[in-house]
Design a protein around this ligand. Structure first.
Ligand SMILES: *Cc1c(COP(=O)(O)O)cnc(C)c1O
Length: 444
């Protein structure tokens, strides 16, 4: 890995002068619609540290939005990708195929839940994978309707905007959206009116009733759900919700799709988050953590469903690019060698108690939640009313950034601080990041 000292260092204001200069160039040249969490430009990165162009070293609790799970310059990723770069960069799998693509598909069949025969198709981005899961499910079922859940996020392309719940910033002004998309309630334990324990069974009952009454299960091609919701606010649906939807899908010949783009690849302490309730999805979409930062995504699932689309119906010029596939093989090798699911559970064992202690101290924290290294705090103005506190959330994130800690916010109400450290981060950096967070709470 790149030799970046694993120590926080703040030697200028953040952003520093060089970042500010680049920010001015950026503002002139880059479209305003592409936002950034911090106006700080990266120079090098490794392990749990991102070094900026001014020489500041920031502790990374974001991992490029759950992407650099194995680290941002993991040795095996760099080695495999470099070797592939030297051999060839592209032939197009749809013209003359190559082994790396097949090897990634074999790994996906081995690692994803279920021991049925599986096949995969590879793409460039998460949104593209979700779109293709819909194409495949529609081909297989010869039905059109797609069911998604409240607070769900599936991407920024036209179909995935339709599947995504939240208007601002993802959808506002970008319609019209794709038809035949239906949204049903999700078990959001913290905000469930009759209490967290009831959320799973009650939300499942409501969802199933809506599907039955409003769409007709015989018209539904797919139910798509994130086993832990990412952009919606790191919501792990109340127990029983996912199994009930899974069973309902089986009963009615509906393709059950787990969107594990954010929650997958060791992040929650298991290879895939749906393993927590022993869910075996028919199709699973992956991206983010799959290739150590190179653009790759996949749809993996039951062979008979994956084979339903006609030859030439799936694919794309770059899908399953050989360098990205090589990187994925390096990333998966690293996950196995370092047992990163266990490492994610270790991170939880350090972070959860300290986050819980913060919640004892600060009333603004309404909920501490998440699994593995996918953890979050939901901030509220009042614990009784649970009125969201987006301003405090933004102020907290800003205070962390200024002190040299990268944190991201999320959530339908913009009031969730989320933690997604690379799984290879050292315990000392983890604790130091938590110290900074604690200091930031005392300031806001
Ligand atoms: C990020 C994300 C996507 C979209 O992936 P992109 O690579 O940004 O297109 C889809 N689903 C979930 C759950 C995600 O977190």
């Amino acid at each position: 890995m790149t030799a970046v000292p694993q120590e926080r260092r703040v030697i200028t204001a953040i952003p520093g002068p060089k970042s500010q200069e680049l920010q001015a160039r950026r503002n002139a040249a880059v479209a305003a619609g592409v936002g950034s969490v911090m106006p700080v430009f990266a120079a090098r990165a490794a392990g749990g540290i991102v070094e900026d162009v001014d020489g500041n070293r920031l502790i990374d609790f974001g991992a490029g939005i759950a992407v650099t799970t194995v680290g941002v310059s993991a040795e095996a990723v760099v080695r495999h990708a470099t070797a592939q770069l030297a051999d060839f960069t592209h032939t197009c799998f749809m013209v003359t195929p190559y082994e790396g693509y097949v090897a990634v598909a074999e790994q996906l069949a081995e690692l994803t839940p279920g021991d049925h025969a599986k096949k995969s198709a590879l793409f460039n981005s998460g949104a593209e994978a979700v779109e293709n899961a819909v194409k495949i499910a529609r081909s297989y079922t010869k039905r059109q309707a797609v069911v998604v859940v409240d607070h769900g996020y599936h991407g920024r392309t036209n179909l995935t905007m339709a599947l995504t719940s939240k208007n601002m910033p993802y959808k506002n002004g970008f319609g019209p959206f794709a038809p035949e998309v239906y949204r049903v309630p999700v078990a959001y334990p913290y905000r469930w009116a009759t209490g967290p324990d009831n959320s799973g069974p009650e939300a499942a009952r409501q969802a199933i009733e809506q599907i039955t009454k409003q769409i007709g299960p015989e018209n539904v091609a797919a139910i798509i759900v994130e086993p832990v919701l990412g952009e919606g606010g790191f919501i792990a649906p109340g127990k029983g919700y996912l199994p009930a939807l899974r069973d309902f899908a089986t009963e009615h010949g509906i393709v059950f799709v787990a969107d594990e783009i954010q929650s997958g690849f060791c992040r929650t302490g298991q290879w895939f988050a749906c393993e927590d309730e022993n869910i075996v999805p028919d199709l699973i979409t992956t991206a983010k953590g799959i290739a150590g930062g190179l653009p790759l995504a996949a749809v993996t699932g039951r062979a008979e469903i994956m084979d339903a689309a006609h030859s030439g119906g799936l694919g794309g010029t770059y899908g399953g690019n050989p360098v990205a596939c090589a990187a994925a093989l390096g990333a998966i090798e690293t996950m196995k060698e370092l047992d990163l699911p266990a490492r994610a559970r270790h991170i939880e064992s350090i972070m959860k108690p300290r986050l819980a202690a913060l919640a004892e101290k600060y009333d603004v924290i309404g909920d501490v939640r998440g699994r593995g290294a996918m953890l979050a705090l939901e901030l509220v103005k009042d614990r009784a009313t649970k009125e969201p506190a987006p301003e405090a959330t933004a102020a907290l994130a800003k205070a962390c950034h200024t002190a040299g800690l990268i944190v991201l916010t999320t959530g339908t109400y913009n009031n969730v601080v989320r933690f997604l450290p690379p799984l290879v981060i050292g315990d000392d950096l983890l604790n130091e990041g938590l110290d900074i967070l604690e200091q930031a709470f005392s300031e806001i």
